[in-house]
Design a protein around this ligand. Structure first.
Ligand code: ZN
Length: 484
């Protein structure tokens, strides 16, 4: 942001509703007929009655301003290419997960990553996400691609000691290669440096040892030391599949959560994606542990991404239980689409279904998870809230959209009815990135064409990578057969 932009004052005047942060209450609150004012990239007023100067005044009539959403777990470099292929796939004999038999086989080439990233970020911005955690394999140029979209990005380069594969569809083999791990760890540190020092000022970093079952204790120790040195959090996939739980208990006689604790990793510097398969999950028979209590006492955070699991009949048990025990849970989209409002609606519903109790996740709890909880796990108190001194990251919601009316409860209407259809304008770091529901910074048509080309290539060559040499129609049949 140039010097002149840094002092430019924009006044969103007389907003019908402002979702502001009340520090005393420690809660978001609604303020009617309110003013939101930003100076450069910072909020300087969030409440009623602004009487100061402004370079630009924007009418807030018929609009709700709400804090930008924080998406704590995504794989934008690959997920857009799975659309239409992966929604209904899992392995019957590998805990219904798609991780082992399908995802490695469908993965697009890394050359498509920048375009897939643009597609994913477009979906996020249009659904009100202003900060996201991008968990991808290290690659040169990554930081510039994310920065150019205008979003606030936390680059989470992934690295691991072992790769997994199945050669029979019912067992998983791990191939360990510590030299390769060392190289990808070094590349991850380069990515972290490029993010932390990026001139945009909108990027930061997180270190992401990929999965609890693919990282050696030595690699995890190195990662922890580097994360502490850089002052950044870590995120690891753990308690995410039955296969992983069985593998960790087979190897060590310890649950994934116990093993992380054994390694000295289970603390408030760690985010666990997805923290589902605790020993007391109803699909496991492992009563002699207390993962939930361990998690609760540790201060570790959980990235909750319901869509990708619910597609396979799997769910966290259950959101309200975790939150009310004091476990800090944020929301991530993990799979496609990167529609945060859809994810939030599902988070409400799936918790209630899991618990058999309509009070198992409230709208307030889920909105907090998608804003301040996410910010907290990133170590920030200047995003996910609209308050003086916070970053100017927010959305303007069109309250005149039919799905937003009658207008008694705008956040409920947004989450349960309107979704991204009512998100009109999105600002990040004081800059407008979405206007009238249109992206200003991403050439979505070009990006989409590149992803389509890559998916076509994946489809054409899938038999070469599948252990059983199957065609795409055998692996992922279309909904109806084609007829001439
Ligand atoms: Zn993930």
């Amino acid at each position: 942001m140039s010097a002149s932009n840094q002092s430019r004052i924009t006044h969103f005047k007389n907003l019908s509703t402002l979702v502001a942060w009340d520090a005393e209450l420690g809660s978001h609150v609604y303020i009617e007929n309110a003013d939101l004012v930003m100076r450069g990239n910072t909020i300087v007023h969030a409440g009623s009655g602004y009487a100061g100067p402004a370079d630009e005044v924007v009418s807030g009539s018929g609009l709700m301003a709400m804090p930008g959403l924080v998406n704590v777990h995504t794989h934008p470099s690959s997920e857009p290419g799975n659309r239409g292929l992966l929604e209904e796939l899992g392995s019957d004999k590998l805990g219904q997960s798609s991780l082992y038999e399908y995802m490695p086989v469908f993965r697009m080439g890394i050359e498509t990553a920048p375009y897939a990233n643009q597609v994913a970020v477009s979906e996020m911005l249009l659904s009100g996400v202003t900060t996201f955690v991008d968990m991808s394999l290290p690659r040169p140029g990554w930081a510039d691609v994310v920065a150019a979209t205008g979003i606030r990005g936390v680059l989470g380069p992934m690295f691991r000691s072992a790769a997994w594969r199945t050669t029979d569809g019912h067992s998983v083999e791990y191939t360990w290669d510590e030299d390769a791990a060392e190289k990808s760890f070094e590349a991850a540190l380069d990515v972290a440096d490029s993010a932390i020092n990026h001139p945009s000022g909108r990027l930061s970093a997180m270190l992401c040892p990929s999965q609890v079952d693919t990282c050696s204790p030595g690699l995890l120790k190195q990662a922890q030391q580097a994360a502490r040195r850089l002052g950044v959090p870590m995120q690891i996939h753990a308690a995410q599949s039955v296969v992983e739980f069985s593998e960790m208990t087979r190897r060590h006689g310890r649950t994934p959560i116990e093993w992380l604790d054994d390694q000295g990793l289970l603390n408030s510097d760690l985010i666990i994606g997805h923290g589902i398969f605790l020993n007391d999950h109803r699909t496991l028979y492992w009563p002699h542990a207390y993962d939930f209590g361990l998690l609760q006492r540790s201060g570790a955070h959980v990235a909750h991404c319901p869509t990708v699991f619910v597609r396979r009949g799997i769910a966290l048990s259950f959101l309200g239980r975790y939150l009310r025990a004091g476990i800090n849970v944020g929301i991530g989209t993990d799979t496609f689409p990167h529609n945060m409002l859809d994810e939030m609606r599902l988070a409400c519903y799936v918790a209630r279904l899991q618990a058999g109790n309509f009070r198992a996740a409230s709208t307030q709890e889920v909105f907090n998870a998608a804003t301040v909880n996410g910010a907290r796990m990133l170590g920030r108190d200047d995003i996910g809230r609209l308050a003086v001194g916070a970053k100017a990251d927010f959305s303007l919601v069109d309250l005149s959209h039919p799905y937003m009316r009658p207008g008694r409860e705008p956040l409920r209407s947004l989450i349960y009815s309107a979704g991204d259809r009512a998100i009109r304008d999105v600002y990040v770091d004081g800059a407008q990135l979405v206007r009238n529901s249109k992206l200003l910074t991403i050439d979505i048509e070009n990006a989409m064409q590149q992803v389509e080309r890559a998916q076509a290539q994946t489809i054409a060559t899938v038999a070469q990578r599948d252990y059983a040499g199957r065609s795409i129609d055998d692996m992922s049949p279309r909904v109806f057969p084609s007829r001439a």
